[in-house]
Design a binder for this molecule. Sequence first.
Ligand SMILES: [Zn+2]
Length: 435
Amino acid sequence: MLAGAFPGGYYWRHQMRKNQMLLMLRWRSALVAVFIGLLGLVMSPQVDRHQVISAQSAPQHKTLSVTGVRQSGPYGTRVDITLDIPPNADSDAVAQDALARSGVQPVTATGAMPQVALPTLRWPQFYHNPHAVVSQYYNPVGDTVAGGATQALQSTEQEWTNVHTSTFALQYAGTTTLGAAFDGVNVVSWPTTWPFGSFALEVTIVTYQRDTGLILDADILINKNLQYFANPADLMPSSYDIRELLLHENGHVAGLGHSANPTAVMFPSFTAGIVGHGLADPDIDVISALYPPGSSTQLQPPHQLQAFNATYAGSIAFTGTTSLAYTASGSGPYLGQSRLQGTVSVSGAAACPGRGFRTEHDDTFTAASGNSLSVLVSDVSCETAPGSNVFHGVGTYTIIDGTGQFVDATGQGTTDDHADLSSGAFSMTFSATGP
Ligand SMILES: [Zn+2]
């Protein structure tokens, strides 16, 4: 069962084939769709929600979850969309429309559709620290749930955290005004504009390193135009249990894909108008396999940061007559969005056309996971023009150490930095030279 429930690669078509009952349901809805077609109702390629709903004859809605992936340089983005499928709706058309709107390729295990390789996705901070957490913020603006969805969200965070055979922990980090972005801040929000089509209930966007599968950012977006309840007393036939939806989406946040087991929270379909259930054995099996207690060498990420390239911008100031400190933010393939803190000490004079110094930097990068990478930089800084007080430094860096996924990391490369000592502006680029 574990292999069948393992994350990645399970497009919903595949689930249908595996489940006889769902297959029958699908044939019935297909026949109804053909009948509606004969009546002259034409579906446009961009699915019109009102057209579909007007054809409904029974109040029972259900969800359908689909998965797509897009790739950009060293990053992959996994998009899981949970769709509201009204009775008689053409679920194929709804699914394809939602994936197209998200700009992703469908993930499939069979090769019948365009296939995108999806690595096993995991948060890196649990490799070396069984007490690590993934922080999740909540933006309540637009929350349409009676009484709010905060408690429901927190209960789902607790439920994934409480699996005692897994070290994974998801921690409520408070409210934020941020929304979904690849910024290293994991946010649950109700966006004002909704680009995923009117059938999409919730979307989880997970950004990861393509070559390691390590997760850098995970955001959940909820469609405020559809109906949810948090309190069973507010249940209505076409509304969804927000706790059940968030429990499913937070499974994606943890790195899980869909399960072929209908008892699982990660099964890609459940029914509106009922109170959902908690994590089932298949969910617990997968989270435990992703984040097993104790160390396992086969789960260690690569230590050699062969492609550590990153650019940071921020500010610099003197901390003494021959020392400075800077803070900056930026991003790179291995750290994602991250913070840089550095100190500079002048170690001597350098041969430059004007003023120039040899300097040593102590740099620490902190990734969204909370893990850090430390490097030492030696460079030569020359004033760009006499009296400009702007220094351009060129040097080399060596990785010294790190925590979490960066423990025992090694690597080296070149640096290029600019420091305007009048305005305090600072920027620095790290380029890898390989192993
Ligand atoms: Zn899903």
